[in-house]
Design a protein around this ligand. Structure first.
Ligand code: SD4
Length: 291
């Protein structure tokens, strides 16, 4: 099945994000604006505990955000380990469009946001995050758990009606990570990769396992060599399992689109789903999985 335009996003929260992205694509025709505006919905959603400032903190009780954005012509921008900025994806977009760099981190990225007039939010945990953090402190055990709220980064990839691609990925990262830990989401080629000549891919799940295999870049390169998006996602999951011990406790999932408008998804464990918007409608789709 081939769809143009097409927008895919990870997890249930992909549905409202896609709604917004679709609206922006219809009104402006700009796929980069569409993915940016789309994931901003998730960044601002108070009920989401793993994207945006309301997300779960690191083990010191501090929320740090990672985000990336990429266009099919190779332009990209990302930010990592950023505090107090509500829309890290907008900051990543500015890094892409307005700076000579592609990746900014920490205090420098925050200062750049301030210089752009982005508001600095007060550093307080959301009520839901605070409650969870207090509970976590009783044992202080760091153990990522499969497919629960602390695994639901939004990764969005889309194609306009002319076949131009873009993607965006944004997260508060894994709950109770070490302070300073950065995941796959802001790493171009790990959490996101887009190439108009081939297709686009994004990732969700345990970032360490995804970084090890350059997951999104791997999928795009497999598609370049002739694999379908589905075959490429499945091969990436096989690779990820081979390179990560303790895989029984790890969830990771991938989404991909090729330039023909075909798509695929695959995960290590059951439970990964994604939102799909296309000309004839929209739906949630359950991904297949290795185990
Ligand atoms: C990370 N990949 O920081 C992110 C977390 C995630 O769904 O995807 N959650 O490792």
């Amino acid at each position: 099945v081939k769809h143009k335009p097409l927008i895919l996003s990870t997890w249930d929260h992909g549905m409202p994000a896609n709604d917004r992205a679709w609206e922006v694509l219809q009104s402006t025709g700009n796929i980069v604006d569409a993915v940016e505006e789309g994931v901003k919905i998730t960044e601002a959603d108070m009920s989401n505990l793993s994207v945006g400032l309301q997300g779960l903190p690191d083990r010191e009780g501090i929320v740090t955000l990672d985000a990336s954005i990429m266009k099919g012509d190779g332009s990209c921008g990302s930010v990592a380990f950023v505090r107090q900025i509500k829309h890290p994806i907008a900051l990543a977009r500015k890094v892409m469009d307005e700076t000579p760099h592609v990746f900014m981190a920490g205090e420098g990225a925050r200062k750049y946001a301030i210089s752009l007039g982005m508001p600095v939010e007060e550093e307080v945990l959301s009520p839901a995050a605070e409650k969870d953090f207090n509970k976590w402190k009783e044992t202080s055990q760091y153990k990522p758990i499969i497919n629960i709220e602390n695994h639901d980064t939004i990764g969005m990839i889309g194609m306009d009606s002319n076949g131009h691609l873009a993607g965006a990925c944004t997260t508060s990262g894994l709950a109770y990570k070490m302070h300073g830990r950065v995941g796959d989401s802001p790493i171009i080629g790990a959490g996101l990769y887009v190439d108009d000549e081939v297709g686009a891919a994004t990732a969700t799940g345990l970032g360490e396992s995804i970084i090890r295999i350059c997951g999104s870049f791997l999928i795009v390169e497999l598609m370049r060599q002739g694999r379908s998006p589905q075959e490429a996602c499945e091969e990436a999951v096989r690779r990820l399992i081979a390179k990560n011990s303790g895989i029984k406790d790890i969830q990771a999932g991938f989404l991909a689109i090729n330039k023909e408008g075909e798509y695929g998804a695959y995960a290590v464990h059951p439970g990964f789903n994604f939102a799909k918007h296309y000309k004839n409608g929209k739906e949630m789709v359950n991904s297949g999985s290795k185990f």
